[in-house]
Design a protein around this ligand. Structure first.
Ligand SMILES: Cc1cc2nc3c(=O)[nH]c(=O)nc-3n(C[C@H](O)[C@H](O)[C@H](O)COP(=O)(O)OP(=O)(O)OC[C@H]3O[C@@H](n4cnc5c(N)ncnc54)[C@H](O)[C@@H]3O)c2cc1C
Length: 405
């Protein structure tokens, strides 16, 4: 086995999942994470299709189920709080909207961290500043740690990947704005939500809340259509003001949700964007997860792509005995159909989630009310599952056995 020492940038979903599999195959991964501790926050995310199989092979499926949100459904309400339409797992005969497969992003990151922290070196509160590669390896400079040489470097540092910028060029070359922004943060469960979500639409906007952590708290979520906004990504106060201004004067519980904006411990705000690249690797450096192929929150497949991408990349590196020139090309070839499918899936979702006019909101609600009577509702409910199964989990079991497992 060559190229054993691998540096991974980013400790969210893709990074720790990759480290897990690399370690299992006999590599020595190190993870550098910019944040001083594991980052909390973010939306509830689905683990579907092939990603479920990957988590099962990691031995973590029970843990993920234990931590799942158990959300049963969503109601769309009007400005007075009256329910206009509801959707639940029963709507689809148990397929889709399924709380069993939904987990808070921060909880999934913690499960993956706990599965790796004993065997993998984590450098929290640091970041790569320079990467110089040659035939022998990659010389890495850090903000704080002393420079080190690694055999390979993998960017798992998200949609705004610093690794991608250093190696492939500025984000503007690869980011495709999907026309929406998203904001999410933790609030007290003052609406007494019971494993349920409430969403309120006005044209081009959605404000909602759903219960979290066995109803002991909740998440406020805002999304809206917008051209690209010029803001400082380090200036949280400015981002909170953008959200407050955008939703000022709206009905339902919006003022109460906004009242919890300032004390929010885990405020998350971002444009919904996709990352589209012709190639995810250059020499000894490659990208995994959102860094290379973010499909945007509209796809609902970010965690699936990261889990399957990490599993595939590690599997191909092991299959090629560490030869990155073979492994990176195979990884890309295997993953491309799933990435394309997830990115395409995201394209039609915005108009359903945040309809552009009052008439479209009424039309969406009518469709939701009719869903239980449509014979093909299973197809609609199962669509995300289908996309999440675009590729099967590669078979690297022999390699696992060869590495002594
Ligand atoms: C705090 C947070 C909240 C999120 N909330 C949502 C949400 O509400 N809805 C949604 O759809 N998606 C959200 N996401 C994105 C979602 O997690 C990803 O789409 C998906 O899970 C893919 O994960 P990833 O590991 O590829 O990237 P990400 O989850 O984005 O993780 C990237 C990691 O890299 C770290 N990082 C960034 N820059 C550097 C650097 N220079 N050096 C070292 N580390 C770095 C970040 O701190 C983060 O831990 C969120 C991500 C984070 C980090």
């Amino acid at each position: 086995m060559s190229n054993r020492n691998v540096l991974i940038s980013g400790a969210s979903i893709a990074g720790p999942a990759l480290a897990f599999w690399l370690k299992r195959y006999g590599f020595t991964p190190t993870i550098v994470e910019k944040s001083p501790t594991l980052r909390e926050g973010g939306q509830a995310i689905d683990v579907l299709g092939t990603a479920t199989e990957v988590v099962r092979r990691m031995g973590l499926l029970d843990r993920v189920h234990e931590m799942s949100t158990g959300k049963r459904g969503t109601s769309y309400v009007d400005a007075t709080g009256r329910t206009r339409a509801s959707i639940s797992s029963e709507t689809f005969n148990g397929v889709g909207a399924n709380g069993d497969t939904e987990i808070q992003r921060g909880d999934l990151a913690r499960v993956l961290y706990e599965a790796t922290s004993e065997d993998v070196e984590y450098l929290f509160g640091d970041s790569i500043t320079a990467l110089v590669q040659d035939e022998e390896g990659v010389r890495v400079s850090f903000e704080h740690a002393q420079p080190r040489t690694f055999d390979l470097v993998i960017g798992a540092d998200g949609v705004h990947s610093h690794t991608r910028t250093l190696v492939f060029g500025p984000e503007s070359q690869f980011a495709r704005h999907m026309g929406y922004y998203i904001c999410i943060y933790t609030i007290p469960n003052f609406l007494d939500l019971d494993h349920w979500e409430l969403d309120y639409n006005t044209p081009d906007k959605i404000a909602g809340a759903y219960s979290a952590r066995e109803n002991t708290r909740a998440k406020a979520i805002f999304a809206w259509a917008s051209d690209p906004i010029d803001y400082d990504y380090r200036d949280i106060e400015q981002q909170k003001k953008i959200v407050a201004d955008t939703f000022a004067g709206l009905g339902w519980q919006v003022p109460q949700l906004l009242a919890h904006l300032d004390p929010a411990p885990d405020f998350y705000f971002d444009a919904m964007a996709q990352i589209r690249m012709d190639s995810w690797h250059k020499g000894r450096i490659a990208l995994v997860g959102d860094a290379g192929y973010c499909a945007s929150p509209l796809s609902g497949q970010g965690a699936d792509l990261s889990l399957v991408g990490a599993y595939t990349l590690a599997g191909e590196l092991a299959a090629a005995a560490g030869d990155h020139s073979i492994a990176f090309a195979r990884y890309e070839q295997r993953m491309r159909p799933m990435v394309d499918a997830c990115q395409k899936f995201a394209e039609g979702v915005g108009g359903w989630y945040a309809p552009a006019s009052k008439a479209m909101i009424r039309f969406r609600d009518l469709n939701v009310r009719l869903l239980p009577y449509l014979p093909w509702r299973g197809l609609i409910g199962g669509a995300p599952q289908k996309v999440a199964r675009t590729i099967s989990a590669g078979d690297y079991a022999d390699l696992e056995r060869a590495s002594g497992r």
